[in-house]
Design a binder for this molecule. Structure first.
Ligand code: FE2
Ligand code: FE2
Length: 190
């Protein structure tokens, strides 16, 4: 296959002198420079909801890691605890990004659930907990895929961060699915 090169659509590159001069202007805006094509306010607003989603996931997994009990729950507890730690890392990455874009990360517990896409469900037993986490991960995966498409080339920084989180959420969903299969004794293949 030959790849046709269309020079007319080649992205325009700014010369170094202009880049340097431009960077000196509006220093208060930090990482938000004139080439930022997104709407920083809107991005911060979206990321506040992402932050809330991650924080709710930290809380739910932490609660489950403590509450999971019964035979063969040790492995599940460890998995829940590991996920809680990773959700915390996601929350911090998102909070840092909000800060870079000139916003103030909202860690306020008041209204946290309303801002979050995922829910805080305790679950009655081990299987319930695994199911609730699987549901939450599937919500997160869908949410991140949509956001990645939304940001596209307008905000590559935010997009790359979300892509990194998405990969981990997909692993989380897969882990929960594996646990469900193992504990429900369902066949692996449909
Ligand atoms: Fe996460
Ligand atoms: Fe997750």
């Amino acid at each position: 296959m030959t790849i046709k090169k269309d020079h007319s659509t080649k992205p325009f590159l700014t010369d170094v002198k202009t880049l340097r001069a431009r960077a000196r202007q509006n220093l208060d805006d930090g990482a938000v420079t004139s080439t930022y094509r997104g709407d920083p306010k809107k991005t911060v607003e979206i990321l506040q909801s992402v932050l809330a989603t991650e924080l709710v996931c930290v809380l739910r997994y932490s609660m489950h890691s403590v509450a999971a009990s019964g035979i063969s729950s040790e492995g599940v507890k460890a998995e829940f605890a590991e996920h809680a730690k990773e959700e915390q890392e996601h929350a911090m990455a998102v909070a840092e990004r909000i800060n870079q874009l000139g916003g103030k990360p909202n860690f306020n517990p008041e209204g946290l659930l309303t801002r979050s896409a995922s829910q805080y469900a305790e679950g009655e037993n081990l299987i319930d907990m695994i199911k609730e986490n699987l549901i939450a991960e599937r919500i997160a995966v869908d949410h991140y895929r949509e956001l990645i498409r939304y940001f596209g080339d307008d905000d590559p920084g935010t997009k790359v961060m979300l892509q990194g989180i998405l990969v981990v959420e997909e692993e989380h969903a897969d882990d929960m699915h594996d646990l469900l299969v193992a504990h429900e004794g369902r066949p692996m293949l449909k």
